[in-house]
Write a protein that binds this ligand. Structure first.
Ligand SMILES: [Zn+2]
Length: 202
């Protein structure tokens, strides 16, 4: 499996292209379609997966789905974000969801030779999802290399954040990729997660 990180012009959010041979998926959609196509290089993109529906992670999802002829996978709670700028914080206003495949509990997906495990992890937003592929966890804005996501935006919630951070600790990953900034190791995240679990438990 091969992971490439692309940085967007929208608050420098990360978009990831995960590939295995000719099979590929895209995680998040803040980068221009040109940026993504440059990395995809003719591989078959079989799905676009959203970690959450803030505009800097979801703005171009429909364009990707159109270009690659695939579905967009997201938490079912994303709907209320995708069609409301006050909740996604950008120019995102989707009211027809025919390109979407929504799910409301933990799920396993298979995209050709790429196996994905999805974990429902609210806290930064109501629609937060982490995706585990091999031993890499894509955590969106829930967890960063140093720190955790904001809880003061619409749908943010301290108790849900605490539960989701505990959940991440239980997941068997070696590398964590965040929605902004660089990757972190499991060891780095043990320190990071435990300090914020302690902080939020007070
Ligand atoms: Zn966010």
């Amino acid at each position: 499996m091969f992971v490439e990180r692309i940085v967007s012009n929208l608050l420098e959010s990360n978009t990831f292209v995960v590939s295995n041979g000719e099979d590929a998926i895209v995680i998040d959609a803040g980068c221009s379609i040109e940026q993504v196509k440059n990395v995809v290089q003719g591989k078959h993109v079989l799905g676009v997966l959203l970690t959450h529906a803030h505009y800097d992670h979801a703005l171009y999802a429909e364009i990707y789905a159109q270009e690659f002829g695939c579905k967009i996978y997201a938490s079912s709670v994303s709907k209320e974000y995708l069609n409301d700028s006050a909740k996604n914080y950008g120019q995102l206003n989707i009211d027809k969801f025919d390109k979407f495949h929504f799910f409301s509990s933990d799920e396993k997906f298979q995209f050709g030779s790429i196996n994905v495990e999805a974990f429902i992890t609210p806290g930064h937003s109501k629609c937060g999802v982490c995706y585990l592929i091999d031993d890499v966890l894509f955590a969106g804005d829930l967890v960063f290399k140093k720190g955790i996501g904001r809880m003061d935006l619409y749908g943010g919630n301290k108790l849900q954040m605490l539960e989701s951070l505990k959940r991440v600790l239980q997941i068997n990953f070696k590398l964590l990729q965040s929605g902004h900034g660089e990757e972190s190791s499991h060891e780095e995240q043990l320190r990071n997660l435990n300090s914020f679990i302690k902080f939020l438990s007070r």
